[in-house]
Design a protein around this ligand. Structure first.
Ligand SMILES: Cc1cc2nc3c(=O)[nH]c(=O)nc-3n(C[C@H](O)[C@H](O)[C@H](O)COP(=O)(O)OP(=O)(O)OC[C@H]3O[C@@H](n4cnc5c(N)ncnc54)[C@H](O)[C@@H]3O)c2cc1C
Length: 488
């Protein structure tokens, strides 16, 4: 008798219809997230196309004793990959898409993997707009579960605060409807608390009666960075809440796919939206225009055009990011940013961005992310053209974040964090309340989110070990069977 090496196949998962295991054709493709720099090797992966199929898979996977990581587009895949998926099934929801618009009530019902661009286009047909972010191919659910910071934010607040209802698959495979009146504790947790409570398979979100918007960007050569950054900082200190903008210091390699004004160049750009008539918008923009930008695209456009103003990459890309929530920026803070991303910075990342907060974003709501308390959110991104360049890129983005850490204020905004951080860091009360909600809806710690709840780390580990124990006992059964068969 020849004893075979222990089998590693989780036998119970093999029996579940709709799962791809590592040796199945299509597994690698199904595991590939939008952020191509994130490497995901889960126990198995599923790509359900209906709510019923997703619920059946969840019930079967949890009955088999395994954990589940929901994922939509994979824009936020870096922290999830960092957490490790060796003991979890990846539930990719990117094929569960669809949008229905209730024009009368200005509500969109979107399925769990739907990207913003589908909602933006469907809403625009009715003269409506959505609280989407800078990139049209981020998913509605992942974005809103973490908060959701749009270019309408200073006037209208975070997208999470405009969620009316959610449909959630719980760990038992049950689909529950969650609103302010039905499971109100879960409703509170899901508006900012991330993916630790279940798989969101549908969401109802409020739309805005906005058919067109004054939006665009102003662009200068990087040599103007100090003057533009100081002027934008002064401008944002007093700015009407109808304007939400960002400022970026950017460096582009020479690439044929880029427009000539970006290819091989370093630039400073401010962009965003102003919810005012054109005359008022022009008055507000005057102090920045006084700095004679090389390009000025601000003007009235259909609301759907706002999704392209920031020029985020339109296709899956390998990137790493970092983030710090910042308070008021004095001249020393600006000098620190210029030293690492200005004209003379030797090794600056692709983009060093400041998003202007305040206004409605700072007004607390009854949700797991009640508000964002900083004045600016720093969001640093660099490309990772090859796997071996990930470490230096991470060091570059982390280095920029460290440079301004002294001006940090308020809890970080986890949607902008590419490394694992605790959800609910806004306050001890928030963390405790999230923990209590999870104890009710997921006592076994089934769900693996990009950012875990702080107190759940121990329970996650316990679940992972019991999952491992189950797998190893399955392996034992399988190898015993193989040995038996080979003896026959
Ligand atoms: C280019 C770019 C631009 C961005 N611009 C903005 C912006 O303007 N404003 C902003 O606020 N953020 C922005 N972000 C951050 C973005 O909101 C987060 O990365 C967000 O988590 C992405 O959600 P996703 O579902 O697309 O990504 P995923 O990686 O699929 O999801 C991230 C996490 O969310 C949870 N999750 C996602 N879907 C579900 C679901 N259906 N059910 C349960 N849990 C789920 C999971 O824990 C998952 O690991 C940007 C990111 C990138 C890369």
């Amino acid at each position: 008798m020849t004893l075979l090496p222990p089998a590693v196949e989780p036998a119970l998962l093999r029996a579940i219809d709709g799962l791809l295991l590592p040796d199945d054709p299509g597994y690698d493709e199904a595991c590939t997230p939008w952020n191509l720099a994130a490497v995901q090797h889960p126990l198995a992966v599923a790509e359900p196309t209906t709510i019923a199929e997703a619920a059946r898979i969840v019930a079967a996977v949890t009955a088999a004793g395994h954990r589940i990581a929901p994922q939509a587009s994979g824009h936020g895949a870096m922290p999830l990959a960092e957490r490790g998926l060796e003991d979890a099934v990846l539930l990719r929801l990117h094929r569960l898409t669809g949008v229905q618009i209730d024009v009368e009530h200005r509500i969109a019902r979107v399925l769990g993997g739907t990207l913003w661009r589908d909602v933006i286009d469907a809403a625009a047909e009715h003269g409506l707009a959505a609280l989407h972010g800078s990139s049209p191919d981020v998913s509605v659910s992942g974005y809103a579960l973490g908060g959701g910071l749009s270019f309408y934010a200073r006037e209208h607040g975070l997208a999470a605060h405009h969620v009316r209802a959610l449909e959630l698959i719980t760990a038992t495979g049950e689909v529950v409807r969650v609103t302010a009146d039905e499971h109100p504790d879960l409703f509170w947790a899901l508006r900012g608390g991330g993916g630790s409570f279940g798989a969101v398979v549908a969401m109802e979100i409020e739309l805005l009666p906005i058919a067109d918007v004054h939006a665009g960007f102003l662009l200068w050569d990087i040599s103007a960075a100090s003057a533009v950054l100081a002027a934008w900082r002064d401008w944002t200190r007093e700015l009407d809440r109808c304007a939400t903008t960002s400022l970026r210091l950017m460096r582009f390699p020479a690439m044929p796919d880029l427009p000539p004004f970006l290819s091989g160049r370093a630039v400073v750009v401010t962009d965003g939206a102003i919810l005012a008539d054109d005359q008022r918008a022009a008055e507000l923009l005057a102090p920045l225009r006084a700095l004679a930008p090389e390009m000025d695209t601000f003007g009235r456009m259909p609301a759907a055009g706002l999704a392209h103003v920031h020029m985020d990459p339109p296709v899956p890309s390998p990137a790493v990011g970092d983030h710090v929530m910042l308070g008021d920026l004095d001249d020393a803070a600006l000098a620190a940013l210029i030293s690492v991303a200005g004209p003379d910075a030797g090794d600056a990342p692709l983009s060093v961005e400041l998003r202007h907060l305040g206004g409605a974003v700072a007004e607390p709501q009854d949700a797991a992310v009640p508000s964002l308390d900083g004045d600016y959110a720093l969001f640093v991104v660099d490309l990772v053209p090859a796997p071996e360049l990930k470490a230096p890129a991470s060091a570059r983005v982390g280095g920029v974040a460290e440079t301004v850490r002294g001006w940090a204020r308020g809890a970080p905004y986890l949607n902008f964090l590419d490394h694992v951080a605790d959800t609910g860091a806004a306050s001890v009360e928030t963390a405790e309340r999230l923990r209590r909600v999870r104890a009710v809806y997921d006592p076994a710690g089934t769900w693996v989110a990009a950012h875990p709840l702080p107190e759940m780390v121990g329970e996650d580990q316990a679940m992972a070990s019991s999952s491992r124990a189950l797998r190893s006992s399955q392996s034992g059964i399988t190898s015993a069977r193989s040995a038996w068969n080979s003896e026959e």
